[in-house]
Design a protein around this ligand. Structure first.
Ligand SMILES: Nc1ncnc2c1ncn2[C@@H]1O[C@H](COP(=O)(O)OP(=O)(O)OP(=O)(O)O)[C@@H](O)[C@H]1O
Length: 226
């Protein structure tokens, strides 16, 4: 799995600009992304996920140079390559757990793979929850469902944004152990963005990338509060 960028910058419409120092992830390693609020972690995750277009510089993910892809090719690439566990889980409340797991494949015009869903729910210790709706799940169970959903299409890269947000110590430890375990079993690379010391400790063997604080992020925070 290649993950590397050179000369990467992103500029938002309001003028906020983030410049990322050149980086390459060594093969076989996971990445822990850290940095103060406003340093650009979520922006980088969105760039890696192809959700923001590369405006300047070169970004290579899993051997693909993202800037070269058409929007349609980018969609196909994302579906085939990436799993995302977002900070807000975005489970569909109207659907059961099993239906939530089927949704990404169905949206991509593919079969639902119920056997894969059942195997993942089993591996994540929530085999009995397939018929439940999200509001019938605990926070930790919902996190596992979101992880199972992210793994449905066998991603090569699994992105997790603040995976410990709203979790107590026990659930944080369990979530991190699960992430690492599935990454190992499924052979995918983890990119975890977090400034939670519990996550940093649990991912001590990952490559750590600390984004520098940005002066205009501080200014903008001040503007927002005014
Ligand atoms: N949609 C947007 N429009 C304009 N500016 C944005 C937008 N999203 C982020 N920014 C700005 O870009 C900078 C980086 O934001 P980003 O969300 O990537 O940081 P972060 O490190 O993930 O922060 P946090 O830890 O608070 O989530 C900040 O200054 C932010 O205000």
């Amino acid at each position: 799995m290649t993950l590397a960028w050179q000369g990467l910058r992103h500029r938002y419409a309001n003028g906020a600009e983030i410049a990322y120092a050149d980086f390459a992830l060594p093969a076989g390693r996971h990445l822990l992304l850290q940095g103060a609020s406003g340093s650009g972690k979520s922006t980088l995750l969105a760039l890696l996920a192809g959700l923001l277009r590369v405006q300047q510089g070169e970004l290579t993910v899993a051997g693909t140079v993202l800037a070269g892809l058409s929007p349609r090719a980018l969609d196909a690439w994302r579906g085939a390559t990436l799993g995302v566990v977002p900070q807000r889980l975005h489970l569909s409340e109207a659907l059961t757990v099993a239906e939530n797991l089927a949704l990404p494949a169905l949206a991509a015009g593919q079969g639902a793979e119920p056997a894969r869903a059942a195997a993942l729910l089993d591996a994540l210790g929530i085999a009995g929850l397939a018929a439940r709706k999200p509001h019938q799940l605990s926070v930790g169970q919902a996190q596992r469902v979101a992880l199972a959903r992210a793994l449905m299409r066998r991603p090569r890269l699994l992105l997790a944004d603040e995976p410990s947000a709203n979790l107590d110590d026990d659930h944080t430890a369990a979530m991190l152990a699960l992430l690492r375990d599935v990454a190992q079993r499924e052979g995918c690379t983890l990119v975890v963005a977090s400034h939670d010391s519990r996550v940093v400790t649990a991912m001590a063997d990952a490559v750590g990338l600390v984004l520098p604080a940005r002066a205009d992020a501080v200014d903008r925070a001040g503007e927002g509060a005014a």
